[in-house]
Design a protein around this ligand. Structure first.
Ligand SMILES: [Mg+2]
Length: 371
C-alpha cells in the first residue's frame, strides 16, 4: 500500500461581517474573522477545519492564527494524516493557542473519518438518535431592548434564550426580569456573566435571579479563580457552568477536584479540538457532570463538527450552537441545517463532517499554501 501522507495544507483568512454588532461583558464584536484550514492527503481527500479566534477569551486574532498555522503546517506536512494521536501530539506541541490547534484537529478528524468512509459521529462511535437544537443568545443592551430581542427570538421559533450579563447585579436582575416577563414562564433561560461579577456581586445577582427560573449561570467571576467559583457554587440557588475557566481536560480535572462547577461548557477553540474535547467529556462522565457545547463565531462547518461530537457523547446535554445565525454570510456547502425552531439536522449524510467551504467564497480570500 502506498504510504499515506499530508501532501498539501491550505490556510485562509475568512472575513465575514456580523449582521449586527454583538456585545458581551468583555467587549463588542463587529466581524467574525476566521481562519480556515484544508488538509489534503495524497489519496485525494480533503479535511476542512476552522477557528473563530475570540480575542478576549483565546487571546488570538485572525492574523496571529494565520501566522501560527504556517508553523503548525510545517510540523505535519509530509506525515501520515491518519496517525491521529501522533499528529495531535505534533499540533499540541504549541501548547497554548488552542484556537488554531483546534482548526487543524478538526481538519484531521474530517480527513480521518472520510478515509474510514464514515460520518464523523460514527467514526467517534456515536449514533444519530438525538434531537439537537440551539438556544439563541441576547447580547448586552438596555433591559427594554433585551426584552424586545427576546420576544423577536421566540417569535422566530428558538426554543431557549441565553442572556449575556455581567454588569451591576441590580441592572442584570432588571434585564432578566424584563425578559422573563416578556417571554412568559415556559421559555428556558440560561445566563452568562462572562467573568463580569465579583464574588460578592455574583452571590447577590444569583440570589436575585433565582426567582426567574434560570437553568444555569456561566462563568460568574474572573477566569481561573476556581476557589471563588467553588465558593459561589456552594451557595448559589442557580447551577454554575464553567466556560472561560474550562479550556482543556486539565482544567476540567482541576475544577472537579475543587468542586467548583455544576456543568462544563466545551468549545473546540478552547479545548484545542475534538481530541481534547473527548477527554473533557470523559472527566465529566467520571464526575457525573453534564456538558454543553458552545461556540464563538464559527460558520456551519464548525457547528457541524460540534453536532457530530454531541451525537458521540451522551453527557453533552446543553446546546449553545447559534453562531451561524449572527453571520451576514454563509460560506458553507453541506453540513447541518436549521430549517425551523433552532433545530439542527443533518439530512444529507456524507463521510467526515459533511460540510465544506464554498470554493467560490474561498477563492476571494487571502491564502497561504504549504506543500
Ligand atoms: Mg460563556
Amino acid at each position: 500500500m502506498k504510504k499515506q501522507i499530508i501532501e498539501k495544507i491550505e490556510i485562509y483568512k475568512l472575513k465575514i461581517p456580523l449582521k449586527e454588532p454583538f456585545t458581551v461583558s468583555l467587549g463588542t464584536f463587529y466581524n467574525a474573522d476566521l481562519v480556515a484550514i484544508r488538509i489534503i492527503s495524497n489519496n485525494g481527500l480533503i479535511g476542512s477545519g476552522e477557528v473563530s479566534p475570540g480575542i478576549f477569551i483565546l487571546g488570538s486574532t485572525m492574523d496571529s492564527d494565520f501566522e501560527l498555522a504556517k508553523t503548525i503546517g510545517e510540523l505535519i506536512i509530509g506525515k501520515d494524516p491518519f496517525a491521529l494521536e501522533d499528529r495531535i501530539k505534533d499540533i499540541d506541541s504549541l501548547y497554548s493557542n488552542s484556537g488554531i490547534r483546534s482548526a487543524f484537529d478538526m481538519a484531521l478528524y474530517d480527513l480521518a473519518s472520510k478515509n474510514a468512509n464514515l460520518p464523523l459521529y460514527k467514526f467517534l462511535g456515536g449514533s444519530k438518535d438525538r434531537k439537537i437544537y440551539t438556544d439563541m443568545t441576547i447580547g448586552i443592551e438596555t433591559p427594554e431592548k433585551m426584552a424586545a430581542n427576546a420576544v423577536k427570538i421566540i417569535n422566530e421559533g428558538f426554543p431557549e434564550i441565553k442572556i449575556k450579563l455581567g454588569r451591576e447585579p441590580d441592572l442584570d436582575i432588571k434585564c432578566v426580569k424584563a425578559i422573563r416577563e416578556a417571554v412568559g414562564d415556559n421559555i428556558p433561560i440560561k445566563v452568562d456573566a462572562n467573568q463580569g461579577w465579583s464574588e460578592v456581586d455574583a452571590k447577590k445577582a444569583l440570589n436575585g435571579l433565582s426567582q426567574y427560573n434560570i437553568i444555569y449561570a456561566e462563568e460568574p467571576v474572573k477566569r481561573g479563580n476556581i476557589s471563588s467559583m467553588a465558593n459561589i457554587k456552594k451557595e448559589s440557588p442557580i447551577p454554575i457552568m464553567a466556560d472561560e475557566s474550562l479550556c482543556n481536560h486539565k482544567d476540567a480535572l482541576n475544577i472537579v477536584k475543587q468542586d467548583a462547577s455544576d456543568f462544563f461548557n466545551i468549545k473546540l477553540a478552547k479545548s484545542g479540538g475534538i481530541n481534547n474535547a473527548l477527554k473533557i467529556c470523559a472527566i465529566a462522565d467520571a464526575a457525573d457532570i453534564k456538558c454543553q457545547v458552545g461556540c464563538f463565531f464559527e460558520t456551519r462547518l464548525g457547528l457541524s463538527a460540534l453536532y457530530h461530537l454531541v451525537l458521540a457523547r451522551e453527557n453533552i446535554v446543553f446546546f449553545d450552537m447559534d453562531s451561524a445565525f449572527f453571520l451576514a454570510e454563509d460560506p458553507i456547502i453541506g453540513g447541518i441545517k436549521s430549517e425551523k425552531n433552532g433545530v439542527w439536522t443533518l439530512k444529507d449524510e456524507k463521510p467526515g463532517i459533511g460540510a465544506e467551504f464554498d470554493p467560490v467564497f474561498l477563492s476571494e480570500m487571502e491564502k497561504f499554501v504549504i506543500e
